[in-house]
Ligand binder design. Structure first.
Ligand SMILES: Cc1ncc(COP(=O)(O)O)c(C=O)c1O
Length: 392
């Protein structure tokens, strides 16, 4: 079965539900048992395998978990209320006091904060590593290293990681390999074919796709699942029923939306690369990008989230405001992955690798998300913005 087919059919059993196409939404806390024997049977069930209590899931959230697992190509998926929790909670499931974590320096900012504050307080030490480390990660693995966390391409600066090389070294040393796979979505990077044990999706972004929900999903291999299941049970983690329903709606059209996001993102990146105001475009699908060869080797497509660096003379607050304030089709705000285009300036919080790297341009870094609009209209909006900028 191809992904487009899977996206429309996974997690659906209409004939178990009066022929209704979509799985129903259950709003539930208490799950009643008709007899004492049934109560005892329910108590013996694993929370993730049956509807035992609303906290641990209902048929609607289980259906969405099943669909995400199928799309990611993993064994099981568990939901969390946000993408950030889907990054943070697995670290709690697989790490203990005294353990060491290798976290990519280009991780999502709040993931970094969680390592620096919460994990440190719990006696877990984090080393942030260069996303371009590749197989040399072996030199950073200590006897007490338990998890190697990856995110590819990296948040804000879009370095593509050599996941197979990193995973091979990590596995050799008995470490669990985690990946924040949100950029690629389950369509464009197949984590479990590249050695990943635990794959994270901020469902908020492309799976949701409509800027109207927040949710996270964590998918694992069969071997890694018991530890995740146990942690989820202990912490009572779950996704809300209505949001799981909305997210399932998003998933059904993922395979139609993503190619358009890819195409629009690349069209904007190519146009920006030709502008005199732009020093550098950071987009792995752009030929000549540092990560292009790895992207071609390992990815099946590209997201619409990318960066560009303005030349220093175009990076003043006045010029930025001239560019951004009058844009009609690009919004400014947190998150991405919806149907609408976004653009904003961003600051890089790296600690292990300098930004910019030696010899690279020093101007203002911008983050763009290309929505599903007509690419010509988006480019015209940007062109008008650059013209305003030029008049300042
Ligand atoms: C790469 C990445 N991972 C995780 C998250 C967290 O998702 P959420 O906003 O749902 O907490 C984000 C949010 O921007 C993200 O960009």
């Amino acid at each position: 079965m191809k992904d487009a087919t899977r996206a429309t059919h996974a997690g659906r059993r209409p004939h178990d539900n009066h022929g209704v196409v979509n799985p129903p939404v259950y709003h539930a806390s208490t799950i009643l048992s008709p007899t004492l024997a049934a109560l005892r049977d329910l108590a013996a069930m694993e929370d993730a395998d049956a509807t035992t209590y609303g906290v641990h899931g209902t048929p609607g959230t289980f259906a969405f978990e099943e669909a995400v697992a199928a799309m990611e190509g993993g064994f099981r998926t568990r939901l969390a209320s946000t993408g950030l929790l889907a990054c943070a909670a697995p670290l709690l499931c697989y790490l203990s006091a005294g353990d060491h974590l290798l976290m990519v320096d280009t991780c999502y900012g709040p993931t970094r904060r969680f390592c620096r504050k919460m994990l440190r307080r719990m006696g877990i030490e984090t080393t942030f590593y260069d996303p371009l480390v590749g197989g040399a990660i072996r030199d950073l693995i200590r006897p007490e290293t338990r998890v190697v966390f990856t995110e590819s391409p990296g948040s804000l600066t879009f370095e593509v990681q050599d996941i197979p090389a990193i995973a091979a070294e990590a596995k050799r040393r008995g470490c669990t390999v985690m990946l924040d796979n949100t950029w690629a979505s389950p369509l464009y990077f197949k984590p479990f074919e590249h050695g990943v044990d635990v794959s994270i999706q901020a469902v908020t972004k492309y799976i949701g796709g409509h800027s109207d929900l927040v949710m996270g999903a964590v998918t694992t291999t069969e071997a890694a699942y018991p530890q995740l299941r146990e942690g989820w049970k202990q912490m009572g983690l779950n996704g809300a029923p209505d949001d799981a329903y909305l997210a399932m709606r998003g998933l059904r059209t993922l395979a139609v939306r993503m190619p358009r996001h890819w195409e629009n993102g690349l069209a904007l990146a190519e146009w920006l690369a030709g502008r005199a105001e732009v020093a550098e475009v950071l987009h792995p699908a752009l030929p000549g990008d540092r990560g292009h060869e790895l992207w071609r080797r390992d990815f099946l497509g590209a997201a619409a989230l990318f960066g560009f660096v303005l030349r220093p003379e175009f990076s003043s607050e006045e010029r930025l405001a001239a560019l951004l304030d009058g844009l009609e089709l690009f919004g400014m705000g947190a998150s991405w992955g919806g149907f609408e285009s976004l653009m904003k300036p961003v600051e890089v919080p790296h600690s292990a690798v300098p930004w910019p790297r030696p010899g690279r341009p020093r101007g203002q870094l911008m983050r763009v998300h290309a929505g599903l609009e007509d690419p010509g209209d988006l480019i015209a909006d940007l062109a008008a913005g650059f013209a305003r900028m030029g008049r300042v």
